[in-house]
Ligand binder design. Structure first.
Ligand SMILES: CC(=O)SCCNC(=O)CCNC(=O)[C@H](O)C(C)(C)COP(=O)(O)OP(=O)(O)OC[C@H]1O[C@@H](n2cnc3c(N)ncnc32)[C@H](O)[C@@H]1OP(=O)(O)O
Ligand SMILES: O=CC(=O)O
Ligand SMILES: [Mg+2]
Length: 569
């Protein structure tokens, strides 16, 4: 193990190796060499990541096995629920460490991929927080991930700029910027361009490790007011996964020589099993927590996934599964109650609407939907919420500020004790609504176009005036799979058509024709639409549901450079 102090200075051990990365023992890089990437992938930074991986790999494997075991139980008919063994954690009075002053006010948070121009725009957007995303909004190609690390380093050091040559516009940071949170990938995704002891590294440890290593010092000085760095943690299913993150944080703090509790993280509650573990997750992270967030889109995806073997719990059309469905409202209410009882932020989620530039009437209608959604959140007791686009920030800020007045959050003022009575049944209640041919078509059209964008390096896209990312695309995929698997009757159009493979095949052909008409023949040919259609169709029709759309698709974007990318000195 290299002492952490040696990491901090540009060290003499970071030898110039020409066109190859300088690697510690047991680490191999199979991604393309780039001189900028080499500054991120320094020997000492890689050593830090490798040490995290070595210390935690068995815990990660165990947690992965537990996920499989839980899936088997749900597939055999068990319903997720509160764990009697951890009742004492839910019932006892305890609180998380106090919220750091730098992030007490999080009323509007903007999110976006770690792309250079977007990072600058997001930090300048007027939002209180910017969540820079290696996850739902990013296609994890080697190029995107490593450029993302370069961009974040420059953002934290405040040297980031971007020259849009086509528009001759230079982007720079304002004096006042949003506070930066970083969201690493979920536990399930490998980083197949970095091998540690012969195995692909765990994606989130690479994202966390490289970012923390290069930025913790500057971050604490420039924006954390002595705390930080700050993170969002996605897609957890159980508190044992939060415990692994807590170990990661403690280890990083120890090695960096910073106080325990410096690193803070907000956990997304975006899987159905995790809603029954909210106290337990906060408890594991009680020294490092700044709250929970309603990751509503992955949560809906997870509802389908968890109940993949329960034909009595089929979803209605995707557009009908909103926050006013009883199970969604119950989840948000219980999350608020749990967070405020434990002294941390209860963050709202993402409304999918984005500005519609060429149609003022439609734009106003979209904005009104966002306002309504945000008003519901702030009235329920959320302390802040997410915006997908800078154009939405003034309206959302106004809703939260009008409702919260001078308060920076509602942690101590809105307790929601009424939500203590919510039951497992409330949290699992079947969503209501119809299923329609339009729903099947929309899922198909959106799923294919999103995947085509993802395969070519773009992880969040505007489609039909809505933001689409990995989480929303997952809903389209699993909903089609579920409807096909159980041959549901489309009762929403009065036609009573059953979803069969033949019908779905026809829908795919027709929707591909529609996509061609919309994007043009040229773009269709140049893009990855046919490949995307193949992957999406296979995943919708496979007898056993794939765990993640992006796991299969990831293999298509891994590009190994066996020669000249790495060297062992
Ligand atoms: C389910 C979840 O996990 S939600 C969280 C993950 N998802 C996300 O973070 C999605 C974030 N949003 C986005 O990626 C984008 O807003 C999109 C793809 C939906 C739409 O993007 P675009 O089509 O480029 O929007 P549009 O053309 O209106 O952009 C106008 C300007 O706003 C900027 N912009 C748009 N969204 C963002 C954003 N989220 N952050 C920073 N800047 C943004 C654009 O870069 C552009 O800047 P410019 O005028 O300087 O060139
Ligand atoms: O990550 C957020 C979500 O809604 O999913
Ligand atoms: Mg998500």
């Amino acid at each position: 193990m290299v002492g952490f102090e040696t990491f901090l200075e540009p060290s003499s051990t970071e030898r110039k190796t020409g066109m190859a990365y300088d690697l510690p023992e047991g680490v191999d890089i199979r991604g393309k060499y780039d001189a900028e990437f080499a500054k991120i992938l320094s020997r000492d930074a890689l050593q830090f990541v490798a040490d995290l991986q070595r210390e935690l790999r068995n815990h990660i494997k165990y947690a992965t096995e537990c996920r499989k075991e839980a899936k088997m139980r749900y597939n055999n008919g068990t319903l997720p629920g509160f764990d009697p063994a951890t009742k004492y954690i839910r019932e006892r009075e305890w609180v998380c460490a106090a919220v750091p002053p730098a992030v007490a006010d999080r009323r509007v948070e903007i999110t976006g991929p770690v792309e250079r121009k977007m990072i600058i725009n997001a930090l300048n957007s007027g939002a209180k927080v910017f969540m820079a995303d290696f996850e739902d909004a990013l296609s994890p190609s080697w190029e995107n991930l490593m450029r993302g690390q370069v961009n974040l380093r420059d953002a934290v050091n405040r040297t980031i700029s971007f020259h849009d040559t086509a528009r001759n516009r230079v982007y720079k940071l304002n004096d006042q910027t949003a506070k930066l949170f970083v969201r690493p990938r979920g536990w399930h995704l490998p980083e197949s361009h970095i091998f540690i002891d012969g195995e692909p590294a765990t994606g989130c440890l690479v994202d966390f490790g490289l970012y923390f290593f290069h930025n913790f010092k500057a971050f604490r000085r420039t924006q954390g007011e002595g705390f930080g760095p700050f993170f969002y943690l996605p897609k957890m299913e159980h508190s044992r996964e939060a415990k692994i993150w807590n170990n990661v944080f403690e280890r990083a703090e120890r090695l960096a020589g910073i106080e325990k509790g410096s690193i803070r993280a907000t956990v997304l509650i975006e899987t159905l099993p995790a809603v029954f573990q909210m106290d337990e997750i906060l408890y594991e992270l009680r020294d490092h927590s700044v709250g929970l967030n309603c990751g509503r889109w992955d949560y809906i995806f997870s509802y389908v996934k968890t109940f993949q073997a329960h034909p009595d719990r089929l979803l209605p059309d995707r557009v009908l599964v909103g926050m006013t469905q009883h199970f969604m409202r119950s989840y948000s209410d219980l999350l608020i109650r749990t967070c405020h009882r434990r002294g941390v932020h209860a963050m709202g989620g993402m409304a999918a609407q984005i500005p519609i530039r060429d149609d003022p009437v439609a734009n106003e209608a979209a904005l009104e939907l966002v306002r309504k959604d945000k008003l519901r959140e702030v009235k329920a007791g959320h302390d802040g919420t997410w915006a997908a686009h800078p154009g939405l920030i003034p309206a959302i800020m106004e809703v939260f500020t009008n409702s919260m007045g001078n308060k920076v959050n509602q942690i101590h003022t809105v307790k929601r004790e009424d939500a203590a009575n919510l039951t497992e049944e409330d949290l699992l209640q079947r969503p209501r609504g119809v299923r329609s041919m339009d729903g099947l078509r929309l899922n198909t059209r959106v799923g294919i176009q999103y995947l085509a964008a993802w395969l070519t390096g773009t992880g969040s896209v505007p489609l039909y005036n809505l933001m689409e990312d990995a989480a929303t695309a997952e809903i389209s995929r699993v909903q089609n799979w579920q409807w096909l698997k159980y041959g549901v009757e489309l009762d929403g159009d009065g036609l009573g058509v059953k979803v069969t493979r033949e019908l779905f095949g026809r829908v795919v052909d027709e929707e591909m024709a529609r996509i061609e008409k919309e994007v043009g023949q040229e773009k269709l040919k140049k893009g990855m639409y046919k490949e995307a259609c193949k992957i999406f169709t296979r995943q919708c029709t496979t007898p056993i549901l794939d765990d993640f759309l992006t796991l299969d698709a990831y293999n298509r974007i891994v590009i190994h450079h066996p020669k000249g990318s790495s060297s062992r000195l």
